[in-house]
Structure formats: C-alpha cells, structure tokens
Write a protein that binds this ligand. Structure first.
Ligand code: SAH
Length: 226
C-alpha cells in the first residue's frame, strides 16, 4: 500500500507544483496564516483519498472518502483551521469531531501539540489511524465514538473543530471548551442553508457566537444512546 501510494507521486498531478498552485489559490481566497499555508503546502492531501481520486486531490472541491462521507475542499479546511488558530487562547490541546480521512487532523497535528479526533464510522476511523501511523504522527489520538458528546475525559479543550454539521450545536461541545477557547462548527439541517460559526466561551456561563459564511457539510449523526 505504501509503495503504490508513493508511485502516485510520479503522476505529476500530485506533485509539489500542484500543491503550490493550491496554496496560491488559497491566498487568493483570503487565507493568510503563513504557518498553516506552509503545512498545507507540504502535506500530501492525495494520500488521504482513494487512489482513483488522487489526481483530483488538489482541486478546490469536496471529494468522496467512502461511506457516504466527504473530505472538505481545501478552502474550507484552511478557513476553519485559520479561525481556530486565530484564537486568543493558547492552543495546546484541541479536539476534532469527524476524523474522516484524517487530513484535517494531520494539519492540526503539525500545528498543535496535542490533537484528539473522534469518528463514528469504524472503517474510516481505522483507515485514518493506519495512515496517521504510517506518516508517523505521534501527537494525534484518534477514537471511535460519537463526537456529539465531545470527549469528556480529555476536556477541557483549547479549541474544538467540528467537520460535520449538526442542526443545533451540541451542549457537550460547549461545556468542554476551556474559558476563552473557541468552537468552529458548521450548523444547519441537510438540504437547507448551513452556516459556519465560531463560538467563543467568554466565561463559565457565557458564549459569544459569530457567523462566518455559508457552507455545506455532511450531517453530524447522533447515536441513540451512549
Ligand atoms: N475532517 C474530515 C472530514 C470528514 S467528513 C477530513 O479531513 O477528511 C465528516 C466526518 O464526520 C465523517 O467521517 C463522518 O462519519 C463523521 N461524523 C458524523 N457524525 C459524527 C459523530 N456524531 N461523531 C463522530 N464523527 C461523526
């Protein structure tokens, strides 16, 4: 598997030049965080996709990763990460809900000391874990669980990023934010307009909400029981 992946590098579509073009596009789209752009410039996004789609990896589009799920377009991944990094609260430990391919987690893993990522579909969880191991990430903990409950035993988090959309923001995620920390989350029903929000915990009991832009995400699926 590792070999055939490496072989893809030869195609050219997945080369450094293609990633450089992606970075130029992200800059044109308003992404400014240099540390983030440097990470995205290096990280081989195509490794996180099915080989059949590898040549399309750097297009500015969401692509299927199996099980009815999608990896977000590079712009949205960059935007959400930039919003997280803009936090005034120091970012030592963050939670991602919706591991999917592991691409977003891998970006976070290069920028933040401790990353926790949860996924509810076992096959995706396993595949992402295997790839993150192959890429030698030691600071990303992945687990198979329903992220609408957050990850209580590791809380509080210095930031939380959710890559699937609930109709309403789950209470547990708000409660697991450290004071001063922010939650980056798309919300809205499927088929209706969804919006990306930044919710900052201003003190023990108060939260401030900011609407960023309209987005389209797969649903955050809640399990019936825990
Ligand atoms: N961040 C991912 C994007 C994955 S798409 C990446 O970089 O590839 C969203 C993911 O959220 C899907 O894999 C989906 O299975 C997962 N998901 C949906 N509801 C969830 C829940 N309640 N808990 C954990 N993961 C969930």
């Amino acid at each position: 598997m590792a070999l055939s992946r490496l072989a893809i590098e030869g195609i050219g579509m997945t080369s450094q030049r293609t990633r450089d073009r992606m970075i130029l596009r992200l800059r044109e789209q308003g992404i400014q965080n240099e540390a983030l752009l440097a990470v995205m410039r290096k990280l081989p996004r195509h490794l996180f996709m099915d080989q059949a789609l590898a040549t399309r990896s750097y297009e500015d589009t969401a692509l299927p990763i199996g099980h009815g799920q999608t990896i977000s377009q590079p712009y949205i991944v960059a935007r959400m990460t930039e919003l997280l990094l803009a936090s005034e609260h120091p970012l030592e430990k963050v939670l991602e809900v919706g591991t999917g391919s592991g691409y977003q987690a891998a970006i976070l893993g290069k920028l933040i000391a401790k990353v926790y990522s949860v996924e509810r579909i076992q096959a995706l969880h396993k595949q992402a874990r295997a790839l993150l191991d192959e890429l030698a990430y030691r600071n990303i903990r992945t687990s198979l669980s329903d992220g609408s409950w957050g990850l209580a035993y590791e809380a509080p988090f210095d930031g939380i990023i959710v890559t699937a959309a609930p109709a309403e923001i789950p209470q547990a995620l708000l409660e697991q934010l450290a004071v001063g920390a922010r939650l980056i989350i798309p919300t809205g029903k499927q088929g209706e307009v969804q919006v990306l929000k930044v919710v900052t915990r201003t003190n023990e009991t108060d939260y401030q909400e900011q609407v960023i832009e309209s987005v389209q995400f797969v649903p955050l699926v809640r399990s019936e029981r825990l």
